[in-house]
Ligand binder design. Structure first.
Ligand code: SF4
Ligand code: SF4
Length: 519
């Protein structure tokens, strides 16, 4: 009897450990936190100096289960001895019996622990979210900017040093390409011109960037360049936002005609289904009919999509399976959800899609890193080199909105990731723990009974505080319905739903104060 209790108790403890902290550590490890986030994480990391991810969570999670299993062996042996004493048997319990019961306990505990880990990390059991199985949510940003505090002499005059291939479009794309989300004023056109002169050959714009101002400035910039020397991408949307599924074909075509007018060109190379967070919009027959007609008319060459929140995996897989898309643009940066690599690889392998990585700066908090960048390198350069280290990624998009960006970002072109870069990225990760809302997560989406779009609120706070795009943040926040005003006085059932430990209520109330008052 005591043996049975000992064995069952051990298995139960292993299961509970897997379902709670061990599963949580492993989940977080895969989400992309840095070593400092885990018990003995930095020490563990030294055991695997070449590892590209923090292994602390995985080691701590599985190590805990193993320890419980080993302890279970001795507990079971104690149970066997106690039962033998209760039966009045003298001497040791036969070794074969100890071995069989002990091994059964160890294996049972490991199986239960791993099962618990899978339930917690893989399926989100107990978290109110979907775990890895449901990597929903995205905080798509239209720009990924920031500027180093010093315009280093060594960066000046940097040019594109590497060209790749944008999938089946066959475009020999520069490894760093221009995002134009925050482009404003005459300087904006000069920046794009300089980037083109320095070898960038892909420009991404959209009607809803700066309320069409981006397209107008890009139009000014490209006037003096031969049209076949750069690849131009825009989006199916209006200056005010996205077109919903079911939008008439004529409207889809009209917005592209308007884009062409602003851009001053006869055709765009690529049209994205913009910020696509639902399969219905991705596969809207009208958008595909419109694209086919635009292509036949010579106004567009390729179709792509960029993924917004939530449901990235479903959207990306549907896009791949449809065979309709030539390019995809996804948030991808150091420490991101590792399954994204599989999705990207599948897009490349099965459809030969071009893959453009966006949001490469993981939140643009690096202004605060300046004090400890010993080598005076740029966080942005390190982040760009990290993205470029995935051969399945065709190019990194980053917003250029200061002249310095041309030098700073292009200095990373063609360069490999160094140990110093990795150190900067790890410091960055430590900096943002507890505040950075991870792309492709969305684990809190079902936790709010008020339906507050938590990631969107946090995204606008990030625009305001980190990107210093106050106007964009305020305007975007004003469109949210409901917004974070619902958080005041709420019992906060959302608490604990965030796998990276963001204190959601506190952050959302702060966002509301910031964005509402300033408005
Ligand atoms: S605190 Fe805010 S986000 Fe959290 S449950 Fe309440 S209303 Fe929703
Ligand atoms: S707040 Fe936390 S749980 Fe919600 S989307 Fe962001 S990282 Fe995920």
């Amino acid at each position: 009897m005591k043996t049975r209790i000992a064995v069952l108790a051990t298995i139960l403890v292993a299961l509970l450990a897997g379902l709670t902290f061990a599963g949580e550590w492993i989940y977080l490890s895969v989400l992309g936190l840095d070593p400092s986030a885990f018990p003995l994480g930095e020490w563990t990391q030294k055991l695997a100096p070449g590892a590209s991810k923090a292994i602390g969570g995985v080691v701590a999670g599985f190590g805990t289960i193993l320890l419980i299993a080993v302890a279970g062996f001795f507990v079971a042996r104690g149970g066997l001895r106690a039962d033998a004493r209760d039966r009045g048997e003298v001497g040791n319990v036969p070794g074969r019996r100890v071995f069989l019961v002990g091994a059964g306990t160890v294996l049972g505990s490991i199986a239960a622990g791993v099962g618990g880990i899978w339930a917690r990390a893989g399926r989100g059991v107990g978290t109110g979210a979907g775990g890895w199985q449901e990597p929903v949510g995205e905080i798509f940003v239209k720009k990924v900017p920031e500027t180093h505090d010093r315009w280093e002499e060594i960066w000046k005059g940097s040019r594109v040093e590497r060209y790749g291939r944008l999938g089946r479009t066959e475009w020999p794309v520069s490894d760093i390409v221009v995002g134009t989300g925050p482009l404003r004023g005459e300087k904006g056109a000069d920046i794009v011109k300089l980037a083109l002169e320095r070898g960038v050959n892909y420009i991404d714009t959209s009607p809803d960037y700066s309320e069409a101002g981006s397209e107008q400035l890009v139009g000014q910039a490209i006037r003096d360049f031969p049209r076949d020397q750069f690849f131009l991408a825009t989006k199916f949307c209006t200056p005010l936002g996205h077109l919903p599924p079911g939008t008439p074909v004529s409207k889809y075509k009209q917005v592209i005609d308007e884009s062409l007018q602003r851009l001053g060109t006869d055709y765009v190379d690529l049209i994205h289904v913009h910020a696509c967070d639902e399969v219905e919009r991705l596969l809207d027959p009208n958008v595909h009919t419109a694209f086919d007609e635009l292509k036949a008319e010579g106004k567009a060459r390729f179709l792509g999509f960029s993924s917004h929140t939530p449901r990235l995996e479903a959207v990306a897989n549907a896009a791949i399976d449809s065979g309709r898309f030539d390019v995809m643009m996804l948030a991808y940066h150091h420490g991101i959800w590792s399954h994204l690599d599989d999705i990207i690889a599948r897009a490349r392998k099965e459809q030969d899609m071009g893959v453009v990585a966006m949001k490469t700066l993981k939140g643009a908090r690096h202004r605060d890193l300046v004090g400890f960048e010993e080598d005076r390198g740029s966080y942005a350069q390190a982040a760009l080199k990290w993205v470029a280290s995935n051969p399945d990624v065709s190019a990194s998009i980053i917003s250029f909105y200061e002249m310095q960006h041309v030098d700073e970002y292009l200095y990373a072109s063609g360069k490999g990731l160094t140990a110093a870069d990795v150190a900067v990225l790890e410091r960055y990760d430590r900096k943002i723990v507890g505040t950075y809302c991870a792309p492709h997560c969305g684990a809190c989406l079902d936790a709010c009974p008020e339906g507050v779009p938590i990631p969107d609120v946090l995204r606008h706070r990030m625009y305001f505080e980190d990107y210093r795009s106050e106007r964009q943040a305020i305007e975007g926040y004003a469109k949210l319905e409901p917004n974070a005003s619902a958080c005041a006085g709420c019992d906060a059932p959302c608490m604990g739903s965030c796998p990276v430990g963001i204190p959601i209520q506190e952050r959302l109330e702060g966002a509301h104060d910031l964005l509402r008052i300033t408005a």
